[in-house]
Design a protein around this ligand. Structure first.
Ligand SMILES: NC(=O)c1ccc[n+]([C@@H]2O[C@H](COP(=O)([O-])OP(=O)(O)OC[C@H]3O[C@@H](n4cnc5c(N)ncnc54)[C@H](OP(=O)(O)O)[C@@H]3O)[C@@H](O)[C@H]2O)c1
Length: 316
């Protein structure tokens, strides 16, 4: 099968499109014919081996996983032992946590996959797993959002942010979205009640008060969280210095601030599928690339100004 591979750390230029062996089916897993993928910052982190400490998990001197990527949607080709919830021919989406997803076939644990809503497209559902799970878990699992609460979402127009705005609205929150001026209309269409353009107003001087602060961009200081919110969730980070400063201040403060790594699980993927089926949320695809343009897709998202998501499709 064709796959997008990496044998050393580097930028998108080290990626290759090559023939590799089809993955073998493991117990508890499903073999999926991949129709679409989406790109996430995690892909270029693992491609570049950055931040450096992450190489303890990615591989110290060279990448452990040859094939890049995690998010996929596709059709079940074979079902492993002990898998009861899927059958051959099902349209599924999920995360390949080992072995890579940017390939014609991927073998994924059944407990990190879910059925696609009937009317949804493959590129749309490939855009959901990492960004949608992160948005849902930041608001509900870690943010403990309650109906009617106010939430400020810093970094509201990207992959995670655009789902966070829509999910917060679907759960009955009042949303203030922070994005650049060029994306004001976009986040309003997503449902934001108020918008702060970070290139017009310095968020570190904003004096609004909110029940919950979600920072997907990762440039808020501990003081920013405390000044504006009753509780906070840090999703992304811009610099190691800022992240460490927020974490150290949190350890010595009573301010409730959560930091987490999104966990892939079928239950949350099903929640996202239901929200999509009920037209409460939608993946916005800014660009769709062909599989042989995957290096270009990674190069595009590395700028960290994606409007919604970027998908890639397999086929001729
Ligand atoms: N904790 C986890 O488990 C987890 C999971 C997934 C992702 N993440 C992290 O979350 C972050 C976001 O991921 P993503 O997929 O949403 O990335 P993305 O699609 O590239 O989105 C980045 C967003 O940041 C915004 N942004 C840039 N400069 C900003 C500023 N100064 N103030 C506010 N917003 C700004 C951009 O908006 P404009 O274009 O309008 O500037 C863009 O919408 C990344 O750091 C990623 O590593 C963490």
């Amino acid at each position: 099968m064709k796959a997008i591979t990496k044998t050393k750390y580097g930028g998108p230029e080290v990626l290759q499109l090559e023939e590799v062996e089809k993955p073998y089916l493991k117990d508890g897993h499903i073999l999926v014919k991949v129709i679409a993928n989406s790109a996430n910052p995690a892909d270029w982190h693992s491609l570049r081996g950055e931040p450096f400490f992450a190489r303890f998990s990615f591989g110290l001197f060279k990448p452990k996983d040859k094939i890049l990527g995690a998010d996929f949607s596709g059709i079940v080709e074979a079902v492993g032992k002990n898998v009861e919830q899927f059958k051959v021919g099902d349209r599924v989406f999920g995360e390949s946590l080992q072995g890579g997803a940017f390939a014609e076939y991927t073998c994924a644990a059944a407990n990190v996959c879910a059925l696609m809503p009937a009317a949804a497209s493959f590129p749309e559902m490939a855009a959901v797993p990492i960004a949608g799970l992160t948005a849902l878990q930041s608001l509900i699992t870690h943010g403990k959002l309650k109906r009617g609460e106010s939430v400020l979402i810093n970094g509201s127009s990207g992959g995670v942010g655009h789902f966070t705005v829509q999910i917060a609205k679907a759960y009955g929150a009042k949303v203030t979205a922070v994005c650049s001026s060029k994306n004001i209309e976009f986040v309003k269409i997503l449902g934001a009640d108020q918008v702060i353009a970070y290139d017009k107003e310095n968020i570190s001087q904003h004096d609004g008060k909110y029940d919950l602060i979600i920072d997907t961009h990762g440039n808020l200081s501990h003081q920013d969280y405390k000044r504006m919110g009753k509780r906070g969730v840090m999703v992304g980070f811009t610099t190691m210095g800022n992240m460490l400063s927020v974490l150290i201040n949190t350890a010595f403060s009573k301010f409730p601030l959560a930091q987490f790594t999104a966990e892939a699980n079928t239950k949350d993927l099903e929640t996202l599928a239901t929200l999509i089926q009920d037209k409460k949320i939608k993946a916005h695809l800014e660009k769709t690339y062909s599989y042989h343009e995957i290096p270009e897709a990674i190069r595009y998202i590395e700028a960290m100004h994606t409007k919604g998501k970027v998908a890639m499709v397999w086929g001729n």
